[in-house]
Design a protein around this ligand. Structure first.
Ligand SMILES: [Zn+2]
Length: 403
């Protein structure tokens, strides 16, 4: 048993409470990896003398954060590309200098399994340092069928070796560079449907994601791939409306996708369709910041009744960060979310997006994941940006960071 006492402010995210389920002077008790009690200290059960106790000394206590969108398995560095972009280089100039996704694909295929597992574990360590206890993780930096299945297998190994609960996703990122003719493209999509998606479902993937945009997969290709994934029992995700409006968000809503990603260029009819479908909108401020894209309009989505989550989009090109609290800061500063909405976006809403109904809340029966912060008020975590305020991280009742 683990008992956290002396909590100055507790966010339970209880469905029957106020929007965040706030309690002051609170206690959390975790037994057998699950929350047994979370609420006012005066209502807490008597603790046995052998219970492990943590005195929070007035700190903020929240559920473990849920990362709903990450590309954590890759090799190589694109720091040179970052510098070129910072100095105003165009996309074409970056490609000509050997940058872009294909640079990561080359480095990833050259890396050994051990190197990829080690670097992915290090990224998960940094996510955990910032309070993340559940993380969606996509393949996507091989492009061909065998290579993507290799990355999926390595994600399975990472999952077995790390405290974070990983939710693996097979990603159809972009067609490989040798698919230049229409016939080659059709052949590739057919192979991905018939081989990769079927094998992914057997290899532990929980979801399938496809990047639908100019330069990636077309709307028709996206529809065909999603149909195969749905038939294989995988949850559906779609990278939609990032650079151009393709209609992918409408398609995702119509096909019952669990989430849509990015949405910088989304149009109003699709917003209404996503709200009706209950598809979670995973907004990724790190990519908008890095690429100087317009900010996703979180305010408009929330006001239209959409479920909005925030992700880091951790990847080597357009969002190299493991800080979900920084995404909360950007959402509050640039995307129109209030602090309570930003907290919901990285807890209950993100948990829905990852299919973890027992995460993102501190209520009886939920998983015993929590974070103590160097803050006394939940609003400070978004306000105080660019530093890590996560002090203690607990996963399944075990203290895995701090103490
Ligand atoms: Zn992404």
């Amino acid at each position: 048993m683990l008992a956290v006492t002396g909590i100055g402010e507790l966010l339970t995210l209880a469905p029957d409470g106020d929007v965040l389920g706030v309690h002051h002077d609170a206690t959390v008790v975790i037994t057998d990896g699950k929350v047994a009690f979370a609420g006012p200290a005066r209502e807490a059960p008597a603790l046995p003398s052998d219970a492990l106790r943590i005195d929070a000394r007035g700190a903020l206590c929240t559920p473990g954060l849920v990362e709903p969108h990450a590309h954590p398995i890759f090799a190589g560095s694109r720091a040179g590309e970052f510098d070129l972009r910072a100095r105003g280089a165009t996309y074409g100039e970056i490609q000509a200098a050997g940058g872009g996704i294909l640079a990561t694909v080359r480095a990833t295929s050259a890396a050994t399994d051990e190197e990829l597992v080690a670097s992915t574990l290090a990224r998960l360590d940094r996510l955990l340092d910032h309070g993340v206890t559940v993380c969606e993780a996509k393949t996507g930096y091989s492009l061909d069928v065998d290579g993507e299945l290799r990355l999926l297998r390595l994600l399975g190994e990472v999952k077995r070796r790390h405290a974070i609960d990983l939710s693996p996703t097979l990603l159809a990122h972009v067609p490989p560079p040798d698919c230049s003719s229409g016939e080659e493209r059709r052949g590739f999509v057919e192979r991905f449907r018939a081989e990769a998606i079927l094998a992914a479902a057997r290899a532990g993937a929980e979801a399938f994601d496809v990047y639908c945009d100019a330069g990636a997969f077309t709307l028709d290709e996206t529809r065909a791939l999603l149909g195969a994934a749905r038939a294989s029992g995988l949850a559906l995700r779609v990278h939609a409306e990032q650079f151009t409006n393709t209609g992918a968000a409408d398609l995702a809503a119509a096909m019952g996708a669990r989430s849509v990603e990015h949405l910088e260029q989304i149009a109003p009819p699709a917003i209404a369709a996503l709200a009706r479908a209950g598809t979670v909108c995973n907004l990724l401020p790190g990519a908008a910041l890095t690429l100087r894209l317009p900010w996703p309009d979180a305010r408009r989505l929330v006001d239209a009744g959409c479920a909005v989550a925030l992700g880091t989009d951790l990847n080597p090109g357009s969002s190299l960060t493991e800080s979900l609290p920084l995404m909360m800061s950007l959402a509050c500063m640039q995307m129109g979310l209030g602090c309570a909405e930003a907290w919901r976006a990285v807890t209950v809403q993100a948990a829905r997006s990852v299919g973890r109904g027992d995460a993102g809340r501190l209520v009886a029966g939920a998983r015993g994941d929590l974070v103590l912060w160097d803050a006394g008020d939940h609003r400070e975590v978004a306000q105080h940006f660019g530093v890590n305020l996560a002090r203690t991280v607990v996963v399944g009742g075990q203290v895995v960071r701090g103490g």
